[in-house]
Ligand binder design. Structure first.
Ligand SMILES: [Zn+2]
Length: 155
């Protein structure tokens, strides 16, 4: 079911036309997108493919691949971005973003102390000039997808 003014459902409705950054990878239950408001290269969002607003409403089928997605995306981010670790965070509180979404965020070794932990979210609302561009996000999406699907990285 599509809910008006849900960004995630809006995108799901255009699934076949989505650019790589909005469809990094997917299965029947989940879609992975690169954030379009962040200054952090590789900030991913893992979304259920139907409208769900609370984690407890996810089905057993959705739950069954959630862990594999979280770990798989974390491994791919480590491999592609060289991050030290990833943050995995779910709130579903932002206006227009009540749809459940797990943030999978690469935490690089050089991340400033004030942005570690919850402070990373300041980097999700970056000023336009500081944001990862659509082109950069598309290239990262392609590299991450290769990793996720077991293809060797380009030299
Ligand atoms: Zn939705």
């Amino acid at each position: 079911m599509t809910i008006p003014e849900c960004y995630a459902c809006d995108k799901e409705a255009q699934f076949d036309e989505l650019p790589p950054r909005e469809r990094v990878d997917f299965d029947r239950h989940w879609r992975v997108a690169h954030s379009f408001t962040t200054s952090v290269p590789g900030w991913l969002v893992l979304l259920p493919r139907r409208h769900v607003t609370a984690v407890h409403d996810l089905t057993d089928a959705e739950a069954s691949t959630l862990g594999a997605w979280q770990i798989g995306l974390s491994r791919a981010l480590r491999s592609v971005t060289g991050c030290e670790k990833t943050y995995v965070v779910q709130f579903a509180e932002a206006e227009g973003f009540a749809h459940v979404h797990f943030h999978i965020v690469p935490r690089t070794a050089d991340l400033a102390p004030e942005h570690r932990g919850p402070g990373i979210f300041e980097l999700l609302r970056a000023p336009e000039h500081a944001r990862v561009t659509a082109g950069q996000a598309d290239r990262l999406a392609a590299a991450l997808r290769d990793r996720l699907r077991g293809r060797p990285a380009e030299a």
